[in-house]
Design a protein around this ligand. Structure first.
Ligand code: CP3
Length: 341
């Protein structure tokens, strides 16, 4: 497969900077909204034909250089018996949150072939259909998953999560280990089924300081990435508000670091060095502004990315009110750009 996305992940030269968008499949697309009238989100995730269709929608419409599997970070957790729902406009809501060491024991290890066969089937179907466009598999990182499990739903402060971490470190580490083991099995199975790369979403870990990141999170993330290394597929590590954590995250070992919009790609590169590719980092809110503004901000991101070892993306997911035509124009602008323009 000759893919600008895979080449950029490996820091090889590219004809054009590759681009895809986190949450490219979803509510910004009218064809997704139409399909959602008839199916709830977890049913789409559990039905390979539907998951495949929604994964392909942005590839067809936007001409992005990578597809990302349509699923959600809570799918494998639900599959091991944690009762939860994804509520529109809210996010994942867990019926009985995990708050003690006995609760942690409710998390049995994930056996991908038995527990999430529909995810693996969707990946096999996509790998066959997508020929030239690589498919990115993904999972939630232990901290971000733990936050949903402990808080019972989305949280602005992650206070119960941190309270458990500080007051019962042994329970915390057990929870991180359990989740790491299942996520490693989950991402390994996705690569075996035909995903060309994997992204670990640690969306909320930016709420920790660097010392706590190193003690309470890094070991579990490192275990996941070390376990994935033998597959030789690009590994992408992403968090929001993690500018202060970049040096602490880097030793977990990945080919690509996802960068949110709060730090320039040039500054991120100065700090992380040239041995790692960068993915990002247009502020998703920019896409709600007039095209002239989006174009200028897109060019700024491209210049700071330098045209090498850079995968263009937003700094977080596409906002639901984004006009998909803006996304198409960003793709065209990124593809037409070359260093020195
Ligand atoms: O990127 C893609 O196109 C693939 C699809 C994808 C979804 N969830 C589908 C989805 C991915 C990669 C995710 C990951 C995910 N889910 C993360 C990590 C990425 C990030 O945004 O930081 C997180 C934190 C979640 C948890 C979650 N699930 C949230 C916060 C929400 C949004 C709630 C809302 O309605 O505002 C969901 C639901 C969800 N997952 C939707 C989609 C398209 C919207 C549900 C709908 O159609 O109503």
């Amino acid at each position: 497969m000759s893919s600008s996305f895979l080449a950029a992940c490996r820091r090889e030269p590219v004809d054009h900077v590759p681009v895809w968008f986190m949450r490219q499949a979803g509510r910004s697309l009218p064809e997704y909204r139409e399909l959602r009238q008839h199916h709830d989100i977890l049913s789409i995730c559990r039905t390979p034909e539907l998951a495949v269709e929604v994964t392909l929608q942005p590839v067809r419409r936007l001409g992005v250089d990578a597809a990302i599997l349509f699923s959600d970070i809570v799918v494998p957790v639900e599959a091991i018996g944690i009762s939860l729902d994804i509520k529109p406009g809210i996010g994942p809501v867990v019926d009985e949150p995990i708050r003690s060491v006995t609760d942690v024991d409710r998390l049995r290890p994930l056996s991908p072939a038995e527990d999430v066969p529909y995810v693996l089937e969707a990946i096999r179907m996509l790998a066959a259909e997508l020929d030239d466009v690589p498919l990115i598999g993904f999972g939630g990182a232990p901290f971000t998953l733990a936050s949903y499990l402990i808080e019972g739903g989305p949280s602005r402060t992650h206070e119960r999560t941190k309270a458990l971490m500080y007051s019962e470190p042994a329970t915390w580490h057990k929870l991180m280990d359990r989740l790491a083991e299942s996520i490693l099995a989950y991402l390994s199975a996705q690569l075996e089924a035909g995903a060309a790369a994997v992204q670990l979403f640690d969306s909320w870990v930016g709420h920790l300081n660097v010392d706590d990141y190193r003690s309470f999170v890094l070991p579990s993330v490192e275990r996941i990435f070390t376990g994935l290394e033998p597959y030789g597929a690009p590994r992408i590590h992403f968090g929001v508000g993690t500018a202060h954590l970049l040096e602490a995250m880097a030793p977990a070992g990945v080919e690509v670091m996802g960068i949110d919009w709060r730090i320039g790609l040039d500054a991120a590169r100065d700090r992380l060095g040239n041995e790692i590719a960068l993915q990002g980092n247009l502020d998703p809110a920019t896409c709600l502004a007039p095209w002239e503004v989006v174009e200028e901000k897109t060019a700024e991101v491209l210049e700071k990315g330098g045209g090498r070892a850079h995968i263009f993306n937003l700094g977080h997911g596409v906002l639901p009110d984004t006009d998909p035509d803006i996304l198409s124009r960003i793709v065209d602008t990124v593809h037409a750009w070359s260093p020195g323009d």
